[in-house]
Design a binder for this molecule. Structure first.
Ligand code: SF4
Length: 487
């Protein structure tokens, strides 16, 4: 396994093509806008190798028998799934933000299971190809991004009816040795500081859409791959000296990029689905279930840090002993533990797939994510409520450093005796960043928008079965078949 600094060194050997604010970046991994996200992913490597968290952060590979990072491990049991949620909470607590690496983990598990299903049905050899690929990922401890969301163009039309056929990633050429893909994926978490990209379809596909049913692995620096790093709220602050106004050394959300695939050749051994559209829906659903359950772990970990920052700020404000502040902190605890309980519950009720790995309960997993779309906003509201207007009006760090007014600002922004104004400002900036538009929108739309979860919940919720339960409990008669009208 790699530690954080070995991970960083390994990234620097890549020739990744990255654009940000109109410029191609020469050294993307050192850029102040990107470094915080690299640092956060680095924490997943450091925590797995520090010897203190082996039970949660590492596992034994089913492919090699070696000790590996849990971020490259298949879910072989309920215990593996519960430990994954514990791992996400731990890393969330250590970084206070999105550490990006779980998308690839869930993609690996989804592809493992679906390649097995395709091979069983069609006699292909995708599963064996993926086994070999996964062994490389585990042995080299690679960070793998999962790229599912297409740019989608006109959403009222399927991929093959778009005015521009490239608005969903698709196969443009099939050669003896592999396939050529074209298109773009967007909102892709952590891809810039990943070694590999697992490309997956974004929806189930009928035979007309076969060319859009493509799952494959692409090195992040493969010829034809370009990453465009997205903008975030207050991102200019990351480039300011000192960094206090930036709020966190770990960045806000997952450093998302748009990936452009310009006729990228993918050799056959890296292709895991090429036209089997009838399996694309299962791939999307399994990936989404695992990833939606995750949010009960990572967001609880993030909210632990946010709650701590909010309580510390209340202490500096001198309001921590106030009963209404205590009650609001209790509400934050209730919300985040509800999320966590759902994630653990969906893992505890997992079922075994034919491929051998275990799938979380999809109904509970989707309920977790639906809660996250609300609770993260509610937790942010409480942090704003307790923190006060200073969260949005605090003067710049440069003003506090100004020779003429810095002393006055120190005097007038002082809090409770014994606490530094600098720490107070750091807390304000952290809360500001972690309750910003980028954070909230990520909680709303990451792993699928709220409506996507509601569709699954209605399907899984068994409304007819519950109608039968109500009939039985209340002793209601079965409805009579309507009589035909007599002439
Ligand atoms: Fe992992 Fe959470 Fe970030 Fe998704 S949002 S990649 S589960 S930390």
């Amino acid at each position: 396994m790699k530690n954080g600094s070995q991970y960083l060194q390994s990234l620097k050997t890549l020739k990744t093509k990255v654009y940000y604010k109109g410029q191609r970046l020469k050294n993307p991994y050192d850029h102040p806008a990107i470094l915080p996200h690299v640092r956060t992913a680095g924490a997943t490597y450091d925590l797995a190798t520090d010897g203190k968290h082996d039970d949660i952060m590492t596992a034994t590979s089913s492919l090699t028998g070696e000790k590996i990072s849990r971020f490259t491990h298949l879910f072989w049991s309920v215990d593996d799934l519960v430990k994954k949620i514990a791992m996400l909470r731990l890393v969330g607590q250590e970084t206070g933000t999105c550490f990006q690496r779980c998308v690839g983990l869930d993609a690996m598990n989804a592809i493992w299971s679906v390649t097995y299903d395709i091979d069983q049905a069609k006699g292909t050899d995708y599963h064996e190809r993926f086994r070999k690929y996964l062994q490389k990922v585990q042995t080299e401890d690679l960070m793998v991004a999962g790229a599912m969301t297409d740019v989608k163009g006109d959403r009222s039309l399927p991929p093959w009816k778009q005015a521009d056929p490239d608005l969903y990633v698709h196969i443009v050429e099939r050669r003896d040795g592999g396939v050529v893909i074209r298109g773009a994926k967007t909102h892709i978490t952590g891809v810039l500081n990943s070694h590999e990209i697992l490309v997956m379809p974004t929806l189930g596909l009928p035979p007309e859409g076969a060319d859009y049913a493509v799952t494959c692995a692409v090195p992040v620096d493969a010829p034809g791959v370009t990453l465009v790093f997205g903008r975030q709220t207050n991102d200019e602050r990351k480039e300011e000296e000192g960094g206090i106004d930036c709020g966190t050394p770990f960045g806000v959300v997952g450093g998302e990029c748009t990936i452009l695939f310009e006729d990228v050749f993918v050799p056959g051994e890296r292709v895991f689905m090429a036209g089997e559209g009838e399996f694309a829906g299962a791939l999307v659903e399994r990936f989404s279930s695992w990833h939606r359950a995750n949010y009960g772990g990572c967001k609880a970990g993030n909210a632990d840090v946010l709650l701590g920052a909010t309580a510390l700020l209340a202490e500096i404000h001198g309001t921590i002993a106030n009963s209404t502040v205590k009650d609001k902190l209790t509400e934050m605890i209730h919300l985040m533990e509800t999320n966590f309980a759902g994630a653990v519950g969906s893992s505890a009720l997992a079922t075994r797939l034919p491929s051998g790995n275990w799938l979380v309960d999809p109904l509970l997993a989707n309920a977790v994510k639906q809660n996250v779309t609300r609770f993260v906003y509610q937790v942010a509201r409480i942090a704003h409520d307790i923190g006060g207007g200073i969260l949005s009006t605090l003067p710049a760090d440069a003003d506090f450093k100004n020779k003429e007014i810095g002393g006055l600002l120190e005097k007038y922004f002082a809090g409770k005796d014994g606490f530094s104004t600098t720490d107070k400002r750091k807390l304000c900036r952290y809360i500001e960043g972690m309750t910003s538009v980028a954070t909230l929108v990520e909680a709303l739309h990451g792993a699928g928008s709220p409506q996507a979860q509601r569709i699954v919940m209605l399907r899984q919720g068994n409304v007819p079965g519950k109608m039968r339960m109500a009939r039985k409990v209340l002793g209601l008669a079965e409805p009579k078949a309507p009589e035909r009208s007599k002439k």
